[in-house]
Write a protein that binds this ligand. Structure first.
Ligand SMILES: [Zn+2]
Length: 223
């Protein structure tokens, strides 16, 4: 299926800022956070993407550091980046992710390998880009694609905590990380099922996962 909504973002990315003014006449743009016209991300919404890193337990040994609450404007911007092909938003979201990664690295005291959670094959075919990998690069990190998706995972939305865990069990495989310290990166943590599957796969390959970082975390009241 052709993703029509992603075309303007891709065109703008290709042609750059110089043509953005002329293109705006042909390709309408609106703020990803509040629908204000003629701006990809307005000043007010950009302010709401300022990171306030929170740290929560993911497993008995590992914490997840998240920069934003997955709610309101941050949630809208993440969805526009993921579902509408607005890849230019990765820079603003990456800035938030960098703050979370900074705290995670500081807590570790080492220089771990940054490994993004891969998209499912189906999601990658639909979007044409890796969500966590692109965010990590825009955060100024050097992600290493040591995790691969093996097969199809059904959409996690609408599943409860247990359903999500069963849905992702065995869906990831790691390679080349034996004896290496790793921080796992993803866009959003909800129940943590996907991140725990990533930790499982990396640990099975011999890595020592020290923490996880995400751009956003679903607020507890919404879980
Ligand atoms: Zn806005």
């Amino acid at each position: 299926m052709t993703d029509v909504t992603s075309r303007p973002a891709r065109l703008r990315a290709v042609l750059g800022d110089a043509c953005a003014g002329a293109l705006a006449l042909l390709l309408p743009v609106w703020c990803a956070g509040c629908d204000r016209p003629d701006v990809a991300l307005c000043t007010e919404c950009r302010r709401l993407l300022r990171p306030r890193v929170c740290r929560r337990p993911l497993t008995a040994q590992i914490d997840v550091f998240s920069a934003l609450d997955f709610d309101g404007v941050p949630a809208r911007v993440v969805r526009a980046f993921k579902e509408d092909g607005r890849t230019a938003l990765a820079r603003a979201l990456g800035t938030a992710l960098a703050a979370a990664a900074g705290e995670a690295v500081e807590a570790t005291g080492h220089d771990p390998l940054i490994v993004p959670v891969p998209s499912s094959r189906r999601a990658f075919r639909r979007r044409g880009y890796e969500i966590a990998g692109l965010l990590a690069r825009r955060a100024g990190l050097s992600p290493v694609p040591a995790l691969v998706s093996r097969g199809t995972v059904a959409d996690q939305r609408g599943l409860d905590r247990r359903g999500r865990a069963e849905n992702v069990a065995g869906s990831l495989r790691a390679r080349g990380v034996a004896g290496v310290e790793v921080i796992v990166v993803d866009d959003v943590v909800t129940t943590g099922a996907t991140l725990r599957e990533a930790v499982r796969a990396l640990s099975d390959d011999g890595a020592r996962v020290v923490s996880a970082v995400t751009v956003a975390a679903t607020p507890r009241h919404a879980r």
